[in-house]
Design a protein around this ligand. Structure first.
Ligand code: NPG
Length: 370
């Protein structure tokens, strides 16, 4: 039992080493919302995955800042906490805002694990182990550039390559990549850029031996995903469509997807991510851990989750250097034979560079029991 004494929000601008383009737009500058939860002489860290604009989900860092500071954090200040997911109990009435909820819940997991002296993977029911990882490659200016990039990542050792697609930048582009890398585990991610009318085009991808095609259709459209899956040999993977265990269970019942990308930040936290994982593991449905261009703080949570046994496919959890000139944690995440590992230690085990976070922060807020 720990009493939560204080919470600190920090908004930290961080420039990606490379512009990252997906079907809905490009980004190079991130505004990273961090949450530090103080209690029992320890600090637990969480990172909100909400983006700068509402293109991936309705949330932004601004809505998350609002909901965290007005509704989620105040009722838990000065109150005792038995388990990490309990931190969301007083705000169970808050609809949606899964990314805001996740930031608080993940900070609580880190705090509780640190107070128990346990690494986060163990607190989650897994064990510390290296996790196989892949890389997500954004839309490139040309197919040549894409092939070059993919080759570079394979040389670095990434175990699977995910390629962003959109209408007009799909079948031919991926055929060229497949032609150059005949045996590489490849997948495509459309971020909802297609409709069922594009089914013939998506069907043409079947000949490329992709591991899966991620989120081809609108997030809310499980019915059309099920219709599309009936026409495709390639398994559909769902990302944006899944915000809860109920969503995942329903998607499986409809056969709207055969693989899930689990991002704890998207599904309201690690407790919800575990529930989806357990449901899938019991049914032999493969899952992998996605990423949202996090700093090392969010990455450490993702690596911890990916140690669980149902995460049988390499996720979008790449080395710090793939994203940042300098990460916000030490040690930074480095690729070793296609895997990432946490250092030894309790909780997320990496150490946030507090001095740099304070120096970079463009907005701060402290909350405590009144
Ligand atoms: O390596 O963290 C990463 C990026 C993985 O492709 C990635 N994320 O749709 O899954 C996605 C995509 C994304 C990133 C979407 C940022 C929206 C914002």
């Amino acid at each position: 039992m720990v009493t939560l004494e204080r919470a600190a929000l920090r908004l930290v601008p961080l420039r990606l080493r490379e512009r990252f383009e997906i079907s809905s737009g490009a980004r190079q500058d991130r505004l990273i919302l961090l949450l530090a939860l103080h209690g029992g002489g320890e600090v637990g860290w969480g990172e909100c995955v909400a983006a700068e604009d509402p293109s991936y989900s309705p949330e932004t860092y601004e809505t998350a800042w609002h909901v965290l500071s007005e509704f989620l954090i105040p009722p838990v200040m000065g109150t005792p906490l038995a388990t990490a997911p309990d931190v969301l109990k007083p705000s169970a009435w808050v609809r949606g805002h899964f990314m805001a909820k996740a930031a608080l819940e993940m900070a609580a997991w880190d705090l509780v694990a640190k107070l128990e002296g346990r690494p986060l993977p163990e607190a989650l029911g897994g064990r510390v182990r290296p996790v196989e990882v892949g890389v997500s490659v954004g839309l490139q200016p040309s197919d040549e550039e894409l092939v070059r990039k993919v080759g570079g990542y394979l040389e670095e050792g990434y175990r699977r390559i995910k390629i962003k697609i959109k209408p007009g930048r799909d079948v031919e582009m991926l055929s060229r990549v497949r032609g150059r890398f005949p045996d590489t585990p490849l997948m495509a991610d459309a971020n909802s850029a297609y409709t069922l009318a594009d089914a013939p085009r998506l069907k043409a991808l079947d000949s490329l031996g992709l591991m899966m095609i991620e989120q081809p259709l609108a997030a809310g459209d499980l019915r059309d995903h099920a219709r599309l899956q009936r026409e495709l040999a390639t398994p559909i993977c769902l990302d944006e469509s899944i915000e809860s265990l109920a969503d995942a269970a329903w998607a499986l019942e409809l056969d709207a997807g055969r693989v899930f990308n689990i991002k704890p930040g998207r599904v309201g936290g690690l407790g919800s991510a575990l529930a989806i994982h357990d449901h899938c593991l019991a049914r032999g449905v493969p899952v992998w851990c996605g990423g949202m261009l996090e700093s090392g703080i969010g990455r450490a949570h993702n690596v911890s989750l990916a140690t669980l046994p149902g995460f049988t496919l390499p996720g979008d959890i790449s080395a710090s250097r793939r994203y940042w000139e300098r990460d916000l944690v030490s040690p930074e995440f480095e690729l070793s034979q296609g895997t990432l590992s946490l250092p030894a230690g309790a909780g997320i085990a990496v150490t946030p560079d507090v001095e740099r976070i304070e120096a970079l922060a463009v907005r701060t807020k402290e909350l405590s029991a009144s």
